[in-house]
Design a protein around this ligand. Structure first.
Ligand code: HEM
Length: 189
């Protein structure tokens, strides 16, 4: 595999960037759907458009986020390092919280789907079949926290975007460029 696919200390590789932007797009879709649901109501056509596939897109996200976390671990020693300052450490901690929230939210939702009596069918494929009796301990974590943690993740992502813009336009330090496509080291992606 050529080095443009992998991360390097100067920039993120194609695989990291593909996973980052695909997840960003699908998360934006999920949040738009839920924002329309709470502001315009379930029956509005925008809610139908963006939220009717919430479970299916959430399940795809679960797979992509798990791959992203595994890929981040595999590339750990190659990728750009956080500066050894309090801001660098805060960025590292913030990214860790983002990963944990992104993994937690779809995981508990899928546990709830597995524990309830109805089947989970995604685009015609039965992921979990029906069961005779619900399993309360599989359902409880999502019922208590899926939505709440979802909105917490939304707030974290707004902070993440704000910091990326501060890096790019205030500190002008190439941080967004490293994830946005052009390589900071070669000028080619
Ligand atoms: C990273 C992926 C996901 C995110 C960011 C996300 C986010 C959210 C948010 C913000 C809400 C709104 C809570 C509210 O009404 O205030 C919600 C509701 C919900 N989510 Fe997710 N979710 C994800 C994945 C999933 C998955 C994988 C499933 C199931 C397979 C799922 C099932 C649900 C259900 C059933 C609701 C309640 C929807 C309704 O009120 O109609 N979610 N989610």
């Amino acid at each position: 595999m050529t080095s443009t696919w992998l991360d390097s200390p100067a920039r993120y590789g194609r695989i990291t960037r593909f996973l980052h932007w695909t997840i960003a797009l699908l998360l934006a879709w999920q949040f738009l759907g839920m924002i329309f649901k709470v502001t315009l109501g379930r029956r509005h056509e925008l809610t139908s458009l963006f939220a009717s596939d919430h479970k299916a897109i959430g399940t795809v996200l679960m797979v992509l986020i798990a791959l992203r976390a595994l890929w981040a671990l595999a590339q750990w020693r190659r990728r750009p390092r956080y500066p050894a300052t309090w801001l660098g450490r805060a960025a590292g901690a913030g990214h860790m919280v983002l990963y944990l929230a992104m993994l937690y939210i779809p995981t508990v939702a899928l546990m709830r789907e597995y524990g309830r009596t109805g089947a989970l069918v995604i685009w015609g494929v039965e992921v979990f079949g029906e069961r005779a009796e619900a399993v309360p301990w599989l359902i409880a974590p999502a019922s208590a926290s899926h939505g709440l943690m979802g909105w917490a993740l939304f707030t974290l992502i707004l902070g993440h975007i704000l910091m990326a813009l501060v890096h790019q336009y205030h500190w002008r330090d190439q941080t967004l460029t490293r994830m946005a496509g052009r390589s900071a080291d070669t000028g080619a992606g």
